[in-house]
Write a protein that binds this ligand. Structure first.
Ligand SMILES: Nc1ncnc2c1ncn2[C@@H]1O[C@H](COP(=O)(O)OP(=O)(O)OP(=O)(O)O)[C@@H](O)[C@H]1O
Length: 586
């Protein structure tokens, strides 16, 4: 995650919000204009009231015109205010809709490493809380704080016109008040709120993590342990929130203290002037009423500044997401199209290491796979097989050398093109909580039901799907929990059939299926491999024996390379040792 200083949250969040608000200039201008109109009417109402009272006081005066004006101003104030609410409803909803879409689009495109470190639940919370904070932010700035500041400036200006020294005093007082409010909020409350919000996201992350793994929790009868674990996280959240809220309250106290100090200074000065005969009762009354007005506006602004801080902090973690760079769609220019037939694969002097690893996993890895060859990748756990296939999909980017498909450097190919070229059948297929038809069709959204059925047939999945009460319309549960392991694998194979990619990467399941299920999966896999360049991270002897060629990995190096029978015949070879122990990825 991008690291930011605590104080720049306001600048970052406000510039994020304004850049989205600017996309609706008409609604923005209408909101501001209507709010200003309503505010102007509000300010004029006491003036019209004054006329009315003045007219009544005069023996021959007629108050009716003043009354008509007063009613017209009242209607204008209500009409303009309600109008601004109607406009801001559409303005805010459009902003929230666009922001959610934009952040979701970014989250989907963030690198695998980011997702590996993020809790899904926390990400959801960051986005939803942030979107709602944008709603608060718009209401506060345009409907409340903005008009209040305008009125304050107007009041100070009126005071200054009437009594320059009173205007100066009001200006100094208001400036002191706003300076105290902003500095305490920015430097003291906001950093605490940032930590509280991070913990708030952790609560969502922890709940989602435990709920997602509920089967494991049940299997270990560890519900109580999970309760305690969550309580630890909420305890910390509560401590951090208490600190934030107390700081907010203390800021309110400081604001009130400044207001009362201002009141004491002004009244003290007025009374001193009166006691020396420099001011009459009229002047003292003026000072009292002007102060009362100022006090009201400043209090309002003070509480709005505190709400503004909350909205900014609530949006902050969402804005952070937008600062993380997405996967590069094309790492090196110019982008090239991958020919459909590009199925020969080559690693040319490839180097790659994970961040933080003491030494690179691969260095100078050099190996070619001709089109259509079936290659088994074997080796001990952690020897680099998974990383090898991830580099082909550009889940990680090589740091040295290059990988080519059909002679084209994959770094110069658009990511979506590359990934459509490589079908993946993972070890633990993950399905969407959607219908089976949607899950299989995911590989090719334009495929019709006939193509989906055909793919399922070839994957040996059609039979079990047809037997389900809702057939292809059956929803499979989150991540596919309602299907058996073998069924999930056949759905993943059906997906790969449908995508019809020239390169196939399979990570064979290590968990044992019963022999019948295993035979079905193996048959389907065999059919899928036909005519494709295939890389199988292989764990089963039967699979390995059917391969054209085996690459044996050991600590990031390919130590043996050849047909299975030839490797088996090598005395003292690693493949043979692994086979003798019957564990190909121990
Ligand atoms: N995301 C990651 N971040 C840091 N190190 C990683 C990451 N993924 C893998 N590694 C490390 O890289 C090395 C190679 O891992 P890799 O997953 O490629 O091995 P593997 O041969 O596929 O193992 P297995 O058969 O157990 O799946 C291991 O030491 C592993 O700990």
């Amino acid at each position: 995650m991008a690291i930011h200083t605590k104080r720049d949250a306001f600048a970052r969040v406000l510039s994020f919000a304004f850049s989205r608000w600017r996309r609706q200039p008409g609604r923005l201008a209408a909101t501001v204009a209507l709010v200003l109109l309503a505010t102007a009417a509000d300010v004029a109402i006491p003036v019209a009231t004054g006329w009315l009272v003045g007219a009544v006081a005069e023996p021959a005066g007629s108050p009716w015109r003043a009354l008509a004006l007063l009613l017209a101003l009242g209607a204008l104030s209500i009409g303009a205010r309600i109008g601004s609410y109607f406009v801001i409803i559409d303005f805010t909803l459009a902003t929230m809709r666009e922001t959610i879409a934009e952040v979701f689009a970014r989250v989907q495109r963030l690198p695998t490493g980011w997702h590996a470190n993020a809790f899904a639940g926390a990400t959801v919370r960051r986005i939803t809380r942030g979107a709602w904070a944008l709603d608060d932010l718009a209401d506060l700035l345009f409907l409340e704080l903005g008009p209040a500041v305008v009125v304050l400036i107007g009041t100070v200006a009126t005071l200054a016109a009437f009594r320059p020294e009173a205007g100066l005093l009001a200006l100094l007082g208001a400036s002191l008040f706003i300076a105290v409010s902003l500095s305490m909020t920015l430097a003291w409350v906001a950093p605490a709120a940032r930590l509280a919000n991070a913990q708030d996201s952790r609560i969502s992350g922890a709940i989602a993590d435990a709920v997602t793994s509920n089967a494991v929790v049940k299997a270990h009868a560890s519900e109580g342990r999970e309760d305690v674990r969550l309580a630890r996280i909420t305890d910390k959240w509560s401590a951090r929130s208490r600190r934030t809220w107390r700081r907010g309250t203390a800021t309110g106290l400081a604001q009130d203290t400044v207001l009362w100090a201002l009141r004491a200074a002004v009244l003290g000065a007025a009374l001193l002037a009166w006691s020396r005969g420099l001011a009459g009762p009229g002047e003292v009354a003026f000072a009292v009423s002007a102060l009362g007005m100022l006090h009201g506006y400043l209090r309002q602004i003070g509480s709005q500044v505190r709400m503004l801080q909350k909205a900014v902090n609530d949006a902050e973690e969402m804005v952070d997401i937008m600062d993380v760079a997405p996967e590069a769609p094309v790492a090196r220019t110019p982008a090239r199209a991958l020919p459909r037939c590009a199925a020969a694969l080559a690693f040319e002097h490839v180097g790659y290491g994970y961040d933080g690893a003491p030494s690179p996993l691969f260095s100078n890895l050099h190996v070619g796979v001709p089109a259509g060859q079936k290659v088994g990748l074997v080796g001990r756990s952690g020897s680099g097989k998974t990383t090898f296939v991830k580099l082909i999909q550009r889940i990680h980017e090589v740091t040295e050398g290059r990988i080519t498909l059909g002679g084209v450097d994959i770094a110069s190919v658009r990511l979506d093109d590359l990934r459509r070229h490589v079908a993946l059948v993972p070890q633990e297929p993950i399905l969407f909580h959607r219908s089976l038809a949607e899950n299989i069709g995911y590989a090719r959204p334009d495929a019709g039901m006939d193509a989906v059925r055909e793919a399922a047939r070839r994957a040996g999945a059609h039979g079990f799907i047809e037997r389900l009460p809702k057939g292809y319309g059956t929803e499979v549960g989150e991540r596919g929990v309602k299907l058996s392991g073998g069924e999930r694998q056949r759905v993943a194979i059906a997906r790969a059939f449908l995508s019809d990619a020239p390169v196939l990467v399979m990570d064979e399941a290590t968990s044992s299926l019963d022999s019948e299920a295993e035979a079905r999966v193996a048959e389907a896999a065999e059919r899928l491999m036909e005519g494709r360049t295939t890389l199988v991270i292989a764990h089963r002897l039967a699979t390995v024996e059917r391969m054209d060629r085996i690459l044996v990995f050991d600590r990031g190096r390919i130590v043996e390379d050849g047909p299975p029978a030839e490797l088996m015949a090598r005395d003292g070879g690693l493949y043979r040792a692994l086979r003798d122990r019957q564990t190909l990825a121990a």
